[in-house]
Design a protein around this ligand. Structure first.
Ligand code: ZN
Length: 152
């Protein structure tokens, strides 16, 4: 398999129109990560309300794989309870590193080719690791409680 085959239509689409790209104005948690093997830099912001991901966004510069993967992740997790968002992120990491055979539900199978390229696994999982670290930080740090519900 050629590396070019990695860049399927879904991946190209997420690169041309990244979903939820940018920064949130008042995130509950954010985490930036750098992948030195490729030069990808991604920051993930999450807004948490009622134990759910109320909003999420990613920013930074990276290769097609890291951008598409981050875009798909943002699309998947908004509206999910925190536990489910964690399962989505961990499920994809397990799939791409070969610890599980089936991708999580959604568009994730479009990145299945990355499993054949060990050097690109870090690209594909950068946003996922950033999200998991941001959520861990949120739970560990009571100085940044969840945003109170808006009464409007
Ligand atoms: Zn990369």
């Amino acid at each position: 398999m050629e590396l070019d085959e990695l860049y399927r239509e879904v991946i190209l689409d997420h690169n041309q129109n990244p979903r939820r790209h940018g920064r949130l104005t008042d995130p509950s948690a954010s985490q930036g990560l750098y992948n030195p093997t490729c030069g990808d830099r991604i920051t993930v912001d999450v807004q948490v309300r009622d134990e759910k991901v109320a909003d999420a966004a990613f920013d930074g510069h990276g290769c097609s794989i890291s951008t598409a993967s981050a875009s798909m992740l943002m699309d998947s997790i908004v509206g999910q309870p925190l536990d489910e968002a964690r399962r989505t992120a961990r499920g994809f990491i397990d799939f791409i590193t070969g610890r599980r055979e089936e991708p999580p539900p959604g568009e994730w199978d479009s990145l299945a080719g990355v499993r054949r390229f060990a050097s690109r696994v870090k690209c594909a999982t950068l946003a996922h690791n950033a999200l998991l670290q941001a959520l861990d930080e949120l739970q560990a740090d009571p100085a940044h409680p969840e945003s109170p519900p808006k009464d409007d």
